[in-house]
Structure formats: C-alpha cells, structure tokens
Design a protein around this ligand. Structure first.
Ligand SMILES: Nc1nc2c(ncn2[C@@H]2O[C@H](COP(=O)(O)OP(=O)(O)OP(=O)(O)O)[C@@H](O)[C@H]2O)c(=O)[nH]1
Ligand SMILES: [Mg+2]
Length: 312
C-alpha cells in the first residue's frame, strides 16, 4: 500500500533493507517502514501504533499499524479505538492465532467493540502452505476464513461487512496472468516466454471459470500462474499488454502464441489483451499514439491490435 500511495519509493525501500540487514533481520525490511524505534527493529516486533497518512483523489486515509503481540494489546487498543475499518492479517496456518493462547480473538473483539464496522481479513503467508494438490491453497484459505469469521460472527459482524483476501505479503505467490488464448494451446507445465521483457517461466496452473484445467485451447479466457517465485522486480516488469508465447520460439513469429494481460495476486488488475501475430514492427510510441497502449510493445501485428482493442 505504501508503495502504491507513493510513501515508499525504491530509495526508501533500499534504506529499510540496509537497516534490517544490519540488525540481522532482513526479512523484516518492510516491517521497518512502520516499526521505527530501536527496540522494535532489534526485536522484530511492533510495539507502538504508528500513523501513516495516505491520500487518493477522493479520500484521505489514516493508516494505523497496530502491534499484534500479546504484551502490547494496550497499545493496539489506542489504534483500534480510532478506526472505522480494520485490516486484520492472519497467517494461513491460523491454528495458533485462533487458539486460546493466540491474540486474534482479543484483537477482533477490541476492533469490533471500539469502532470497526467493516473488516478486511488478509490470510497471509500462503507461500508457507505446502502445495499438495491444486486445490490445497484454496482449501487452506477457506479454512482460515472460516476460523476467523467464527469470531466475527459472534461479535455480530455481518458476512457482507468482511472482505477476505488471500495474500503472500513477503514474496507474493507467483504471478497470475489473465488473457485470452488467441492461437494454439497453452498447457500446464509449458515453458513460456513473456515479451517484451523476455522473462521465461513454466506454467504452474491454468484456470478458466474458476476451475483448474490442464490445458486451454484458442478462444479460452484464462488465468494462469507463472512460477516467478514472487520476485517483485521481475513481476513489476510485466505490464499490461505483454505477450506470452512458447519459450523456444525466439521471435514468436513462426509458432502459435498466446496473448495475455497481467494481474497479480492481491494487486489491482489492469487487464488489457493485446496483439496478434508478429508480422510487422510497431514502436512503443506508435503503440501509445495509435492504440493507447502503455507498454513498450516492441513488435506486433497492427491489425490484430486493432481487433483486440475493438473487442474490449
Ligand atoms: N513466509 C512469509 N513470511 C512472511 C510473510 N509476511 C510476513 N512474513 C514474515 O513474518 C515476520 C513478521 O512480519 P511483520 O511484518 O513484523 O508482522 P506483524 O504482523 O507486523 O507483527 P507484529 O506487528 O510484531 O505483531 C517477518 O519475518 C516477515 O518477513 C509472508 O507472506 N510469508
Ligand atoms: Mg507489525
């Protein structure tokens, strides 16, 4: 959120990474954004409630990061009593948090009693859930949602007042790309290349109409997960309008290829399907001026672009 709202640019993030590394706490770099005191940073625990202001065109949001540790519930109360909406982060392996020793119930009760009418429940650390079969992530997510909602229901919170989000805050859980297969067949396990960035990855899973499918022929609208290991720098390079095709076809001009626009787990999606056979050159400027594409499309079939724009 802080990155999106312009509060944390790459320079500031590098500084946090450096500070966290110096304390042997490199996995806490992002937490250092709101954990600012020496004690918090050395221990890797939020102690105080920290305010960060974020603004959109329409809203000014006061974002309060509250501590989760049992010793600092008093400090969390200060944050809870000022909140209209609570974002609750629960690990996908939720058992400890939901047990009588865990603090989740206390936090939800505080938030509910002290002012929050609405909740966003983020089920986090999905990367830690062992993938035993294709549905296991979904099953883990749903089980965690159910466990959390049990508490909220007792507080009289309606189901419609809760948004449940699957997240993997540290690394992301692979990139999910969406688009329409225009040519050929895309199969689970295929090694594909994304243009223009030239990133190669294998296809971990394919979904159509919320069902996992082993392959998708031309004409299918699909979402497919790439095995990018949540590498943010790589994922940020994949933009709306990217092309996805077989990795062994260096130009994508001989073989059939797939087209895709991009979205990521837990990010807003800007979906736009672009391009067709690459038979003609088109520059990024031309793409912007003629077709209003924000990507550095290096080459593409102008007719196909026109067609896909018309389809939107
Ligand atoms: N594997 C994994 N670890 C994560 C994820 N998100 C956070 N962590 C790790 O969990 C640890 C705690 O992260 P924090 O951001 O401090 O968690 P918090 O909820 O703010 O904790 P407190 O405020 O101290 O209660 C750090 O080591 C993070 O790197 C995730 O998605 N996956
Ligand atoms: Mg914290």
């Amino acid at each position: 959120m802080a990155t999106r709202f312009g509060q944390l640019d790459s320079r500031a993030l590098s500084k946090l990474e450096k500070d966290a590394m110096e304390n042997n706490k490199s996995s806490f770099a992002l937490a250092y954004f709101t954990d600012k005191t020496e004690q918090e940073r050395k221990r890797g625990v939020t102690i105080q409630t920290t305010l960060v202001k974020m603004e959109t065109k329409k809203f000014a949001i006061n974002f309060l990061d509250c501590p989760g540790h049992a010793d600092y519930i008093k400090n969390a109360t200060n944050g809870c009593k000022q909140s209209d909406l609570s974002i609750v982060v629960v690990p996908a392996r939720f058992e400890a948090s939901c047990s009588t020793e865990g603090t989740l119930k206390t936090h939800l009760t505080l938030a509910g009693i002290l002012g929050s009418k609405n909740f966003i429940v983020c089920i986090n650390k999905l990367d830690e859930v062992e993938i035993k079969n294709e549905n296991s992530l979904e099953t883990a997510f749903e089980a965690a949602c159910e466990a959390v909602y049990k508490f909220l229901k007792r507080l009289g919170v309606k189901r419609e007042a809760v948004i449940f989000l699957p997240i993997s805050a540290l690394k992301g859980h692979g990139a999910v790309l969406c688009g329409r297969v225009d040519y050929g067949i895309i199969k689970k396990g295929d090694v594909v290349k994304i243009l223009p960035v030239g990133i190669t990855s294998d296809v971990k899973s394919i979904e159509a109409h919320k069902q996992s499918i082993p392959e998708a022929p031309a004409g299918t609208n699909i979402g497919f997960v790439l095995n990018l290991k949540g590498d943010k720098t790589v994922m940020d390079k994949i933009k709306t309008g990217s092309l996805v095709g077989p990795s062994n076809d260096t130009n994508f001009n001989l073989q059939p290829f797939y087209i895709a626009s991009c979205k990521f787990v837990c990010r807003d999606s800007g979906i736009l399907v672009v391009c067709g056979n690459i038979t003609d050159k088109i520059t990024a400027t031309e793409a912007k001026e003629k077709y209003d594409l924000d990507v550095a499309v290096v080459s593409g079939d102008k007719e196909a672009i026109k067609k896909s724009k018309a389809k939107k």
